[in-house]
Design a binder for this molecule. Sequence first.
Ligand code: WAQ
Ligand code: MG
Length: 649
Amino acid sequence: MALFSIKMRASQKEKHISGAEKIQEEAKVPQAVGMLIARALHHSVGKPDFINVKIEELDDSSVRIIPALPVSERTAGDPEEAFRIMEKEMKLLGIRHPEKWILLLRKMPPMRGAAVFDIRTGERLDPRPERGIRVTYMDELFSCGEKSSKKNAFREALVLASKTAAAKGMVAELCISDDPHYVTGYIASSQNGYIRITPLKEKGTAGGGRIFLFDSSKGKFEEAAHFLEQESVLIENMPLHSETKQNTAEQAIKAALERKKRAGLYRKITVIGSPQSGKIKIGGKKLLLFSSNSYLDLIRHPLIRLKTAAAVLKWGSGSGGSRLTTGTLPLHTRLESALSRFYGTEDALLFNTGYTANVGIISSIGNNVDIIFSDKENHASIIDGCRLASAETVIYRHNDMKDLESKIRGSRFRSGMIVSDSVFSMSGDILNLPEFLALGKKYHLLTMIDEAHALGVLGRTGHGITEYFHSEEKPDLIMGTLSKSVGAEGGFVCGNSVLIDFLRNHARSFIFSTSQTPANIAASLAALKYIENHPKRISRLQKNIKFFSECLKNNGIETDVHSAVISVPAGNEQTAVEISETLKRKGFLIPAIRFPTVPYGKAILRLTLMATHTKKEIKAAANALAEVIGSAGKTPGVQESADRDFFQE
Ligand code: WAQ
Ligand code: MG
């Protein structure tokens, strides 16, 4: 599923009538083209005798999603008063002699683009003054929910202004419409948002224009111009169609929810009415579960349950404190020893969840090194850890060690780390560990992997990615979870004693959380022991993975299978939800995974296997999947249904 840029220009006797553009996923291109043509044909300026539509496929990995600037409004009695408001706003941005710039704006000759000035020298920067810089390749994210093909000057201006404000070095944009009847203009900046000012001219007067004020000491003009004219952006968090601003918190929150619904991305919680296993019940209906992270199906295991119950009887319901105060029981240290033995490291540290482990580890290390290199498809918890760190984060192409090396070479740093999932949570891809480790060594970077979906899955005895690659070398930090194969809850990290000691003293999510409950620790200990003693369970899972892969191939479904996580492309958001719902009616729970978990327009079905799935069940799932996907593909333009949700009961 690709994204396309669609641009329309309409003219009459070579005189420009209207122009507009959209960015849409493939399936919605016809609809968008129709809307743009309708717009050209019904323009108040006149009937066009020439309409040009240009459709280009975009490299969707390069499409940036940028939030809309916050909007506020000012109203004046007349244009003179309105320009004084604009002047004041410019002063707030530290712009000197605002009246000079306003004079320039009011005298702009007709141009297709905007004039760019260096705010310090007053020099005109755009190379073709008769044309200016034309901001393009932009749209609202999810704009195709629009009902009307009419131009909405405000929304289009907000998209343009939000993109423009994101250009490095941009200080402010000033704008007056060249539509004689449109008297609202604005000043926009990343600092103070989009400020609409009415009226910036008398109704019926010609003239209008755009000026970009640029600070060459803060950014390179050529780079900003390239971004504005060539790079694609989608603007998220646009105001709803019915309103322009959200002044109160309540309005803003309601609007955010409403936007989710309209975009078909609203999520609901499903209650599963039976213990997690390959067979579950939802609202009395029996389903086969092909999307659990409990890969070894240990959650219901009698022995593990008994040990858990015994721990609760002995130690009670909770731990009563954080690990560094009163919350450490012998259970905690025993589990840490068991984990460091499991991975063959000097020490280990527990966290409450995998999420808080990544956030705590990466932020604390990232506050002490200069740079973090992170895979494009790393889990959200890794991303959030990077966000909290003071180090610069550099994202490299998914599992692309060449790109990683060139990004390492292109960066300046003294110290840094590389972090990657072992098994990627959505695609199921496996990290190229040998090259990853080699790069860490070559450039003296700390290496960290996330074993969430690898522990109990990869390697002959389930010891994860290092066993899978028969690697002599180990990453410096091996982070993992107790919630997937282990079947309990929690995160952990294994490493040498210095690193673990550092984390024990710096990782805030460790320091400031009440430690895990006795039940959780006992379950984890019992499950880990079970995994160590029952390699057969792991080979059963691996056989199931192989068998499922064959079944998919036999059914003509093309997807690479590497791990217990199998990603099947399912088209756009709505199609994916439809497929998932149909599968549910047929008795299989396989949820659709949508933006923002996966890229916009590239929804997937995320299937997972368990050691206890039977061949019959696996075959049935593959057949059902092939049947449903096959028929979804044959229904062109699956009807859009914004509020539908895949987990509705
Ligand atoms: N990139 C750069 N400059 C542009 C572009 C573009 N894509 N399109 C137009 N301009 C310049 C050009 O010099 C025009 O003369 C000038 O901007 C004004 O263009 O909150 O409709 O298309 O309600 O008339 C403001 C909405 C609407 C305010 C602005 O601009 C609000 C508008 P117009
Ligand atoms: Mg115009």
